[in-house]
Design a protein around this ligand. Structure first.
Ligand code: PEP
Length: 257
């Protein structure tokens, strides 16, 4: 049985302010005792990264960024480079989040460029994929997941894949309060894992963490994360409340820890 360390990430999106961001981070850092065995990451807004980074320095929390630009520097007004993120202590970066794909309009090509830039820099990449409601209702869930996974990972080597976490996030479940059933999510995850075996090999497929995102809450996290191919969660709304996020992290902890 493959032994994958669960991964739980909190995507704060464009929420919090300087005070609430610091308070949230310090509540998480002090509340994390007893959740050994889970990799925990938070993805605050860019402008708070540096301060949050120093606030969680003595904890095991991984500091993450919600986005990055793929070029190292230059005339790219408003963009943030990987070195800038590294300066802030960032170790993990989200790419392909559905809000960037569907609200901001990022293409598969852009997602792939960002993914490769993150991995080339030696950082962890959480590549987000998932189908819209229309796509789900027309039976295209697995085809969309395959397309976005192949496109996102184009040019990514097996060695680099070790630094990738895939977040399966059905778009219709993000921020809506609707959650995929554990069975439906498990089916999607198992198909993504099989795809990774075809694209790379079985060893890579057994090792990669595939996490679920889409209205994960304290009340549904344990059941979702108990499924064989669900290795944790990417949490939006519920990660803004320290107690809720800590309870989701505890739900992902291996039994007996
Ligand atoms: C997300 O932003 O990745 C997400 C899953 O959001 P929520 O938990 O609010 O659905």
């Amino acid at each position: 049985m493959p032994n994958r360390t669960p991964f739980v990430g909190g995507n704060w999106k464009m929420n919090t302010d300087a005070r609430t961001a610091s308070e949230l981070a310090s509540s998480l850092a002090s509340g994390l005792a007893g959740t050994a065995g889970v990799d925990v990451a938070i993805f605050p807004p860019f402008v708070y990264l540096r301060e949050i980074g120093s606030g969680i320095e003595t904890s095991d929390i991984i500091l993450g960024a919600q986005d990055v630009y793929d070029q190292p520097n230059g005339a790219f007004t408003g963009e943030i480079s990987i070195d800038m993120l590294k300066d802030c202590g960032v170790r993990s970066v989200l790419t392909g989040h559905s809000e960037r794909r569907h609200v901001i309009g990022e293409s598969d090509t852009i997602v792939n460029k960002k993914t490769r830039a993150v991995l080339d820099a030696g950082l962890q990449c959480v590549l987000c994929i998932g189908e819209t409601l229309d796509q789900r209702e027309s039976g295209k869930t697995d085809a969309i997941n395959e397309h976005q996974t192949r496109a996102g990972l184009e040019g990514v080597s097996k060695e680099q894949l070790a630094n990738v976490v895939i977040a399966y996030e059905p778009v219709w479940a993000i921020g809506t309060g609707k959650t995929a059933t554990p069975g439906d999510a498990q089916d999607a995850h198992a198909n993504i894992r099989e795809l990774i075996a075809n694209m790379y090999d079985q060893e890579a497929a057994d090792a990669i963490r595939i996490i679920y995102g889409g209205s994960m809450k304290p009340g549904n996290a344990e059941e979702l994360m108990s499924m064989a191919d669900i290795d944790g969660g990417l949490v939006g709304g519920a990660s803004l409340n320290a107690e809720d996020f800590l309870s989701i992290i505890r739900a992902g902890a291996p039994q007996g820890v």
